[in-house]
Ligand binder design. Structure first.
Ligand code: HEM
Length: 223
């Protein structure tokens, strides 16, 4: 049964939609959490500490965080694998005698594909920068994310990498949310306009919220 669903195009699109929505929920929470940087180092670092003690004393230190990490990794892999397989299927299904030798994907498809690749590379960089510190610009200090974030946005390349990634997130969500709504059958003619509007508002709020952090450091409001 699960195999039949996974093999179908609708099944793969459903996997993309559900995994995408899980990641979207994470991004909304992450964006809101990041904004705490405007309330000072103490509050921001305490919040980062709470991410690790969530669920205590029932759960041990970092257990809840690891559950979130595992769910996210599963979502990222499921999303990427189904996207890849859907694009292979799309190319194979094309009647090549009517089109140019090289099948040209639509503008939206190409944007989503490149956006996805940029985001995957960014996530690796981002974890090495602010979670493990391997590529961090300043002296990375575990448990002191406030200072780590300020260090990152005190370099020109840190700002460029994050701003490009955040714009890619916005574009990806704008189209992805709309596609997910259609796959999951929420859309109808009357609701289409409202859903498109919702996708735009959501993408815009996330973009502005994430950009607020580098902008805060660059303007000296966060230092
Ligand atoms: C300006 C934008 C962003 C800032 C300032 C920021 C900040 C941070 C910080 C400080 C951490 C480390 C938290 C800690 O260890 O306590 C972190 C982790 C993380 N961020 Fe971001 N982030 C931003 C954008 C993003 C975006 C756009 C994504 C996804 C596309 C993302 C995904 C993640 C992930 C997956 C982690 C690892 C969580 C973990 O396993 O510990 N972040 N971020």
């Amino acid at each position: 049964m699960a195999r039949t669903v996974w093999d179908s195009t609708v099944g793969k699109k459903t996997v993309m939609a559900v995994s995408g929505l899980i990641m979207l929920l994470y991004l909304v929470a992450h964006m809101l959490g990041n904004l705490k940087i405007y309330f000072g180092a103490l509050e921001f670092n305490e919040y980062a500490h709470w991410l690790r003690t969530m669920g205590e004393p029932l759960l041990h230190y970092e257990w809840a965080l690891w559950v979130v990490r595992v769910v996210l990794v599963v979502a990222v892999v499921a999303h990427a694998v189904s996207a890849y397989q859907l694009s292979r299927r799309d190319i194979k299904a094309r009647p090549s005698k009517y089109v140019h030798k090289k099948a040209r994907a639509s503008y939206a498809t190409r944007t989503m594909r490149w956006g996805g690749i940029i985001l995957a590379l960014f996530i690796v960089w981002h974890i090495l920068d602010l979670t493990t510190g391997h590529v961090h610009s300043g002296g990375f200090e575990e448990g002191k994310p406030y200072q780590n974030v300020v260090d990152t946005f005190s370099t020109w390349y840190g700002n460029v990498i994050y701003i490009v990634a955040v714009l890619a997130v916005g574009l990806h969500i704008r189209h992805g949310f709309w596609s997910a709504a259609q796959t999951l059958g929420v859309g109808s003619r009357t609701r289409d306009r409202a859903l498109k509007g919702l996708a735009n508002v959501l993408a815009l709020l996330l973009t502005i919220g994430f950009l607020a952090v580098p902008v805060g450091v660059m303007t000296g409001v966060v230092s």
